[in-house]
Design a protein around this ligand. Sequence first.
Ligand code: 6MZ
Length: 347
Amino acid sequence: MDKEVEPFCRALPKVELHAHLNGSISVATMERLIARKPHLNIKHSMTAIHKGQRRTLDECFQVFKVIHQLVDSEEDLLMAAKAVIREFSEDGVRYLELRSTPRVETNTGLTKRKYVETVIEAIRQCKQEDVDIDVRFLVAVDRRNGPEVAMETVKLAEDYMLSSEGIVVGMDLSGDPMVGHGKDLLPALQKARNCGLKLALHMSEVPCQKEESELLLTLPPDRIGHGTFLHPEVGGSWSLVHKVREGNIPLELCLTSNIMGKTVESYEKHHFPYWYKLGHPCVLCTDDKGVFSTSLSQEYQLAASTFGLDQEALWILSQQAISCSFAPEAIKQQLEKRWAEHPLQLT
Ligand code: 6MZ
């Protein structure tokens, strides 16, 4: 636990909507994984970026490759997913949408189906063990892998949406934004939408994605990840802003990730206030709490200290995130009730 985070942010009930499973693994879990595979000779410094350090986005993607070597079996995945869920709960997160890219690992016999089933199993086990958090799963498409894999992943997600009793609720489009083009993935995303999967798409994470974002907005997505370069001041356009506002499409904003991955120069220059001042739905998220050495409480605190948000504003931000989630209506109502009855509730 981070001692610098104020008790209010820690105690605040929170909703996490943008968390990549393998980017969210803590130091403690990483040490266990490293100890299981000494032959890989992986040092902890290779799996996380520590406070005050910065890397290019490209270097961040190298870190994920290292982590994937450490999490390559059902056993590793179950352990890592359960630990991540517990840690979010300990940080006061009461509703979590975890996203992850199904992988094949021939060495250990891991298949994409087993991958999805193991994440679902981790979510079920945490529930049985009474971990205080409601968790849903977004199956991720890595843009690097092209249209055929994307279509396969949609079929997989559809199957599990129908058989996981509401755990699989949607899909994520992520991966290195410099690789591949959204236009090739549109048919798969359209199919996902048509079969009832919700879409959380990384968009305009880097400057050169204007045309792609225009295209993806035609779907339209249910939420946007990052959206760093949507507005005209940073090379986006009014048309993009207009479409996002018109559709009232919530933005998942990850302050520390954007600073550490060098897509945003400083906390002060982050696009959070641009959208927040417009009254647009903004949800603070961690992205990769392990890789970027953060927590959701810390992200709330950073937003407060950088943009002058008081406790009431933080409360409203966390509460409004409920309606941006992909949870079924009944769960949203339960969460609203929990928030309303929370001891921190300001009158
Ligand atoms: C785009 C990202 C990301 O799926 O193995 N991922 N994609 N932008 C980012 N900003 C920093 N952070 C993580 O988790 C790791 C994967 O999530 C995506 C990448 O595809 C990465 O390989 P999973 O659980």
